[in-house]
Design a protein around this ligand. Sequence first.
Ligand SMILES: NC(=O)c1ccc[n+]([C@@H]2O[C@H](COP(=O)([O-])OP(=O)(O)OC[C@H]3O[C@@H](n4cnc5c(N)ncnc54)[C@H](O)[C@@H]3O)[C@@H](O)[C@H]2O)c1
Ligand SMILES: O=c1ccn([C@@H]2O[C@H](COP(=O)(O)OP(=O)(O)O[C@H]3O[C@H](CO)[C@@H](O)[C@H](O)[C@H]3O)[C@@H](O)[C@H]2O)c(=O)[nH]1
Length: 438
Amino acid sequence: MKLTIIGSGYVGLTTGACFAEVGHQVVCVDSDPDRVQSLVTGTVPFFEPGLEALVKKNVAAKRLRFTGSTEEGVNHGEVLFITVPTPPLADGSVDLTFMEKVAREIAQYLDSYRVIVDKSTVPVKTGERVAQTIRKYAKPGVEFDVVSNPEFLREGAAVMDLMKPDRIVIGGNSDRALALMQKIYEPFVAPVLVTDINSAELIKHAANSFLALKISYINALAELCELSGADVLKVAEGIGADKRIGRGFLNAGLGYGGSCFPKDVAAFIAISEQLGQPFNLLKEVQAINNRQSVRFLDSVREALWVLKDKKIAVWGLSFKPNTDDIRSSVAVSLVEKLVAEGAEVSAYDPKAMAKVRETSLASQIRLADSALDAAADAEALIIATEWAEFGLVDLAALRDAMQTPLIFDGRNLLDPVAVRDFGFQYRGVGRGITTERH
Ligand SMILES: NC(=O)c1ccc[n+]([C@@H]2O[C@H](COP(=O)([O-])OP(=O)(O)OC[C@H]3O[C@@H](n4cnc5c(N)ncnc54)[C@H](O)[C@@H]3O)[C@@H](O)[C@H]2O)c1
Ligand SMILES: O=c1ccn([C@@H]2O[C@H](COP(=O)(O)OP(=O)(O)O[C@H]3O[C@H](CO)[C@@H](O)[C@H](O)[C@H]3O)[C@@H](O)[C@H]2O)c(=O)[nH]1
């Protein structure tokens, strides 16, 4: 089928490449000329495992191309997927100006029937507003349908998540549109859930908020583990073995970050308030999440007393491993807090250094060439993102490189017993049982 994706970011580009991979003819539109130029020359402007190869393969097979022209995109696709940003406003509610603008742009070029699919994460009832906007600005009589098809991919595993999703959610009320959507997803082996448009929109915020809730639940337990001498990893294993609970998203640490959870939990709270039923449980989810990094910094201060002039190494700057994305990264905000207190920070990330260089933080810290280089002469090491390579580091070399062998493991990456055997003092999150040497 002929498909158009409007917005070629993490979601748009991965969706476009995966649709092309299963045989659809895809045009990806983006309003950023630099991004289009980069994609035309085969360069994906962010790191996502497997994506660049998939893009190149499908461009070469002439199933995927890029343009800056929405008109070209609207003319090409029988179905138009909107994947533009839906960032937060200061009060937590969603800024829908990108959505509204795209709706107007589509309307301007609409000449014959199209399905307009909202894949961006939007508040419930946005589909209705998109339809009203298109109706208002389109030529009289032109036919179209609006469908909601939320995206559940995770960065770092985006291609796999799109090719083999747990489920595909399609919300709409037109048989014609739903039939086209089913046809698009036919090559994907996944259960398809068809709903009304409002339910589909709500599912996305409900899913992300529930995952964030699981993380805050385990982080609240981590605090109790520290106070009681229990080990949160064992507790997570013990409760996660119950199929009704599940082990996923029970990793205690510095809390959730990234471009989705913080904004989507805030959005769901704002949506619930607008609907007249404040979702107070989610406010506690946010509060626990914020407390994690505060508690973590407190433990660093407790060990080093004053942070001013202390040499602190930080491993990991991306918001999670296998991505170079530093949007709302807890690691970055932790570094900012250390810098604000006068610490001398040396940081290293396997993929995010280029993105950090584009920020003002770059001039305030030392950007190291490797994990060991970051740790040179450090009085403490903080693990802020659990990149696999940090778990494979030569512990003897690390101990010898550091001024003081002290590790704060914000993601429970290392084995406390193993690092203690190498002479380190170690502090994880929620690992009360291991705070003493046995
Ligand atoms: N990143 C994720 O992991 C993820 C996963 C699921 C859902 N989402 C949701 O998907 C949406 C997009 O997120 P993202 O991370 O891909 O964003 P992104 O910032 O990576 O990409 C958005 C792209 O849209 C382009 N754009 C903006 N306005 C445009 C317009 N008028 N016409 C054409 N292009 C335009 C931008 O230039 C940018 O390239 C958001 O609603 C987000 O919440 C994101
Ligand atoms: O047990 C866990 C799992 C995750 N995290 C943190 O949670 C954040 C988000 O992680 P993850 O969900 O893996 O990454 P995202 O790419 O942000 O994906 C989430 O957000 C996307 C955007 O909406 C959704 O599509 C995905 O389904 C949803 O998992 C990161 O800071 C992680 O460090 C934890 O602290 N503990």
